[in-house]
Design a protein around this ligand. Sequence first.
Ligand code: PEP
Length: 251
Amino acid sequence: MRLKIIAGNWKMNKTTPEATELARGLIASVGQTERPRVVICPPYTALSEVAKTLKGSSIFLGAQNMYFKESGAYTGEIAPSMLLTIGVAYVILGHSERREYFAESDSIVNEKVKLALKTGLIPIVCVGEKLPDREKGLTEEVIAVQIDGSLAGLGEEEIRKIVIAYEPVWAIGTGKTATPEMAQQVHSFIRKRLRERFAAGAETISILYGGSVNAENAAGLMNQDDIDGALVGGASLKIDQFIGIIRSSGK
Ligand code: PEP
């Protein structure tokens, strides 16, 4: 059975005191929930304090990015070992905002995925088509290129350790959600693609859906066969919404 994961991407929101307060609120409501697995991804500056806050709870800590080198003269960047040693378990890689605003290509994402795995972090690898791609009927083609490029060179054992997030770019932060059927179609395509490339490894990978998920639409999405959880942006900053998503997602 695949692990169901609800991950909150807090993006560039929350000062450290605000982040610890939100984490405390989550612990009070879902801090002992083992299934689904709950992951929160605050900004870098809050990670250490939130890690301390989460100790003893079942909530996992994630980062929103990392650099693809282990150390060195890369001013302003953060190495995966720095994240691991403060208690980070997951790292979001290739988010569409990183691809769009910071020119992250599939090959950069691939470097990051490999180093994250080598370091012991669990990558949440994001893929998703833009609206013109969908309108031209190119969704599967675009996703295939992103999957193949981001996961190039990985073996069947490594693939078992990663998480994929399908996030149609047109649904992120827009209030437009893919219908459960539209999302399931792409998730099923992703799993088929993974099966072709990584054989049995594909069956155990959790594939999360992301794009304007909220407490009202979560259950319909999570009921689909190949949707194994959600990567949540805006609604993860609102405690009632995020808890609603966790509670309606099943185990
Ligand atoms: C995201 O940024 O990963 C995301 C899915 O955002 P939102 O839920 O706000 O659409």
